[in-house]
Design a protein around this ligand. Sequence first.
Ligand SMILES: [Zn+2]
Ligand SMILES: [Zn+2]
Ligand SMILES: [Zn+2]
Length: 263
Amino acid sequence: MPSLELTFLGTGTSQGVPIIGCDCHVCRSKDPRDNRTRTSLLIKAPDLHFVIDTPPDFRDQCLREEINRLDAALFTHAHTDHIMGFDDMRRFCEMEDRKMPIFAGEETMSHLRRMFQYAFDPPQIWKNYLRLSPNVIQGPFQLGETTVLPVELPHGKMTTTGYVFSREGRKLLAYFTDCASVPDVAREAARGAEVLVLGALRDAPHPTHMNFEQAFKTAAAIAPGRTFLVHLCHEVAHAKKELEMSEGCQLAYDGLKVLSTKS
Ligand SMILES: [Zn+2]
Ligand SMILES: [Zn+2]
Ligand SMILES: [Zn+2]
């Protein structure tokens, strides 16, 4: 049975939770599930291990989860909360003495190239520096035996790349974060996936992110096996909010591990 092992490296919104200088009850919470680093997911397939996004907390997330191998990185978009740990992939280049394959849409890749120019056009190759093998996404692609279908999602004035992962013809995971909605094409691409990961910021509406109500409706339309919500802000107290979840939906939290197996 094909399967992916998922580890939620981070589940927080752009500033993380707690927020610097905030003394609200969630930022002061002793519940470890209310401590959220910026959103990122580790995916372990039987043949390859890859991450979606490298947030500012990426180094701490790698240490916390004892990640000692990384075969590729996929990027959703170039907002700083998704890319500022980019350079910390250098350690995986050093350990394996190889280039890191990265995958991103054209606009995202151009921002990465601008911000991390030294890694794209190195003046000199050092073994412990970040070395890249960049791949601009133009359609479905393979990561070993895993087929990856990219879809476009609206995120304010920009577009975010969502990803649907399949193995042996089975849709195992759809990952849609940082989007104001999930258009029909993306819904169809994700329909019936074993696991759906959706960005859901808070209860109140937001111009560029889905709130809980929108995420619940989107999950119901996609009808996955299970849905996990990420990119949560400090208005979300895990213990209280998990009692208000729509059927089949759960709040993710940092360190949560999920196996995408057909039950
Ligand atoms: Zn974000
Ligand atoms: Zn707060
Ligand atoms: Zn964003």
